[in-house]
Design a protein around this ligand. Structure first.
Ligand SMILES: Nc1ncnc2c1ncn2[C@@H]1O[C@H](COP(=O)(O)OP(=O)(O)OP(=O)(O)O)[C@@H](O)[C@H]1O
Ligand SMILES: [Mg+2]
Length: 359
């Protein structure tokens, strides 16, 4: 018997640090795969957790550099792992693929080929994480600020539509914050051995914060993979997160997150601005840095016209809100309306993807 169009959907968020996957049976992603690969002894590529298990003796490489796939066959290996673990039969399943919007169209076309030619999914939807995350809020108007691993970006939305001229982006994200912390550890005698950067990333997530005017937190000892301990003072733990707010202080010619928000609002219609200021929605892991939301709110309040109401929404689920928004779309008729069906692809080829991207 023919499956109903909504029988199942695999939702995959291609993050540069974590790939999140799950199907319709659960409203949250059930698989979180580190976006890393390593070559095993026999020349077999290991992806995700399998690569991490090997991390003691094999160098790890990212599956995505920013949003660019180093090698699409890595993506294929990830999908194979996901479909196997989640027991997915692609010919009965729609694919909902999320990325942060920076993947080039050429890559999206190849991904569509992969979806239909190799995996034979029955349909596919492509969407950007900020737009998808808006569906998770239950609202349709606001300024989404995403600070993930690879980039920072703002997307103003009004009554469900993106305000194109107001979309702003910098190529600075959590990976760059980690790199600054790693440099600090190196300057204090750390050895850049295997997995040193993973340890620096862990230290950032555990102890990092932003300079939000509070007293500097106490010093911590960061333990490195070689067993050595390096002490970082409170101020040194706040400094890397500053990159997101003041890239100029680190010789990077780029806007900080406050400027991204201000430019987005300024490029949006006058009569939408008050609602954008009132509903600034944070998504992405780097917005979890302690003090981020307060710092952002204070910066915008200082730069915005007097008397304007500025609200920064800190959803507790902001690491997975894009995935959850996709889940909400997948539960509605909108999924079918947005989907490229396998038959459409066979008739019109991979170029069809440029017409079917939800931004
Ligand atoms: N508690 C935390 N404090 C600070 N940074 C964090 C925290 N939790 C996660 N991060 C950082 O957030 C980033 C991951 O965020 P996210 O999962 O949104 O990115 P992604 O989807 O993998 O990548 P992309 O930016 O390509 O979409 C990493 O740099 C991670 O170190
Ligand atoms: Mg992401």
């Amino acid at each position: 018997m023919e499956e109903s169009p909504h029988s199942d959907v695999l939702i995959l968020d291609h993050g540069s640090s974590t790939i999140r996957a799950g199907r319709m049976a659960s409203a949250v992603p059930t698989l979180e795969i580190p976006a890393l690969f390593a070559m095993g002894e026999s020349g077999v590529r290991l992806v995700g957790v399998d690569a991490l298990i090997l991390r003691a003796d094999r160098p790890l490489s990212p599956v995505f550099q920013k949003a660019i796939a180093a090698d699409l066959s890595c993506v294929e290996d990830i999908w194979t792992a996901v479909t196997t673990k989640l027991e997915i039969k692609p010919s009965c399943t729609g694919l909902f693929l999320l990325d942060n919007g920076t993947a080039p169209v050429s890559q999206r076309k190849k991904t569509l080929e992969l979806a239909f030619e190799k995996f034979a999914f029955r349909s596919a939807v492509f969407a950007s994480t900020p737009v998808s995350a808006m569906y998770c809020t239950g609202g349709d108007t606001g300024l989404v600020l995403e600070c993930g691993n690879s980039i920072s970006q703002t997307v103003p939305m009004y009554r469900g539509y993106c305000i194109g001229p107001g979309m702003m982006r910098t190529m600075i994200g959590g990976a760059d914050v980690t790199e600054l912390l790693a440099q600090r550890l190196l300057s204090k005698g750390a050895f850049p051995g295997k997995n040193f950067r993973l340890a620096a990333n862990e230290a950032k997530e555990k102890y990092g914060s932003t300079a939000n005017g509070e007293e500097a937190s106490t010093a911590v000892d960061v333990e490195l993979p070689d067993g050595k301990k390096v002490t970082l003072q409170g101020q040194e733990l706040k400094e890397p997160g500053e990159l997101l707010f003041r890239p100029g202080n680190f010789s990077m010619e780029s806007d900080g997150v406050v400027e991204l928000c201000m430019k987005s609002v300024a490029r949006s219609d006058l009569d939408t601005r008050a609602e954008l200021y009132k509903n600034i929605i944070l998504i992405g892991g780097s917005t979890l840095l302690p003090g981020f939301a307060e710092r952002l709110r204070a910066g915008i309040k200082a730069a915005a016209p007097g008397g304007v109401e500025v609200n920064v929404q800190e959803q507790h689920n902001r690491l997975i809100s894009a995935w959850m928004g996709a889940y909400i779309i997948a539960c509605t008729e909108l999924f079918q309306a947005l989907a490229v069906r396998k038959e459409d692809y066979e008739e019109r080829g991979a170029d069809i993807v440029s017409k079917f991207y939800l931004y």
